[in-house]
Ligand binder design. Sequence first.
Ligand SMILES: Cc1cc2nc3c(=O)[nH]c(=O)nc-3n(C[C@H](O)[C@H](O)[C@H](O)COP(=O)(O)OP(=O)(O)OC[C@H]3O[C@@H](n4cnc5c(N)ncnc54)[C@H](O)[C@@H]3O)c2cc1C
Length: 484
Amino acid sequence: MADPELVDVVVVGLGVGGEEVAGRLAEAGLSVVGVERDLVGGECPYWGCVPSKMMIRAANAIAEARRVDGLAGSAEVRPDWAPVARRIREEATDTWDDTVAVQRFTGKGGRFVRGTARLDGPGRVRVGERVFQARHGIVLGTGTRPSVPPVDGLADTPYWTNRQAIEVEELPESLLVLGGGAIGLELAQVFARFSVRVTVVEALDRVLAVEEPEASEVAAAALRADGVEIHTGVRAERVSHAGQGFTLRGAGGAEFTADRLLVVTGRRAHLDELGLDTVGVDAGRRYLAVDDRLHVTEGIWAVGDVTGEGAFTHVAMYQAGIVVADVLDHARRADAGADPSGTASATGGAAGSGAGGSARVLPRADYRALPRVTFTDPEVGAVGLTEQQARERGVNVQVGLARLPSSARGWIHKAGNEGFVKLVADADEGVLVGATSVGPAGGEVLSALVVAVHAAVPLARLRQMIYAYPTFHRAIEDALRDMS
Ligand SMILES: Cc1cc2nc3c(=O)[nH]c(=O)nc-3n(C[C@H](O)[C@H](O)[C@H](O)COP(=O)(O)OP(=O)(O)OC[C@H]3O[C@@H](n4cnc5c(N)ncnc54)[C@H](O)[C@@H]3O)c2cc1C
């Protein structure tokens, strides 16, 4: 076995979170090895957020063109997938080639190693025959992979995950989508708008089950209007594939057939592959348990989806900032010979990156005001707790709701104006603890509500604000009025 190479930090997995941590630590002057077995950048740019939002942009353009009738004359729309597939191939993913991303990392001073990494005892990471000894720490940013349910027969079929759905060059005539969560609905609506016959099968009693029931209703109605068949409360029991088609049988005997089957029933971390036992960490959990500074155990941090906190790119980026600050602080303390396990500290140092000695409390993760957006049309944006979650936590809940079609802007907008703003307040504290914004710009309207929850802006102050006329976000004022 080769002698371990001594470096400052090893980052395992260069997805959104890992790449951000590795790049920033390298820029700060640490010697950083970044290990990635697939593509630098991870799921988001190649098979997730970016290409799926390009697909949605294209599909929404079709929907808007179809709204010309009745508003502005008439328009004939002939959907064509070719420019969408080309844009994903050429503009988003470089045909799934990460040369530019690798250069982005090495350009910051990082050292890139392609391969699968495993922990190999305290401070050590093995990649094939190579072993790295990390002086200051190891960061795990290994993400998740699709979680495929144990449905009889499914594993033996050529089903799609998000990867094949994003890479598709020629659309099937019909598509079964197993899973009515955010990813399932976004892709179902896209394909339906490109004339694919889409059927969504969801085991729970409503789609988008983690969001407010009103949001599920609006989203389901919008998809149905696009021709999507939605079946809720149907647990898949058996899948078979013969000739060109799939058959899915649900509990109760319902059968669905289609040319393709897309399985989007959640994602899970694969902790068993990481060698966690060599550092005394339990690999039997669903996600890596971390504290509010993203510590897993002495000398090991985690970032991104592997922590189970939200599974969004913006969470991975947010956590990356906390990890970077903590690792740099750790390194500075270690270099200064101090106890690296302290909680508050001075900035600066390790890599000459700081202001040298001024006392500062390190950032800690706080997910109270975590925003989430499902990019269906209408968009479903939400922050904090739903009404039911707030009630389960014993909050003295007060709710206000305003429908967009009856707001000035919604009425003006007309076709495609479905949506609402729903506010969930803690009546005792007089602040919002959650909010949902559904509408043509639901994800954008959400930002005001995120500020309100994040900064615990008193309801009285929100009522005194001036809301521009006629914007969609004026529905926030209407929902506040509905609450009182
Ligand atoms: C279809 C789809 C749409 C999405 N849309 C959005 C959206 O609109 N907005 C949003 O915020 N989020 C969205 N997401 C979620 C987003 O993609 C993830 O939250 C984000 O990619 C998480 O980043 P990460 O760094 O934690 O993990 P990942 O991006 O999964 O990266 C982890 C990396 O680690 C590598 N790796 C794993 N194990 C090892 C190992 N042992 N050795 C070396 N390398 C390893 C993997 O190859 C991978 O590249 C979407 C996801 C999907 C699937």
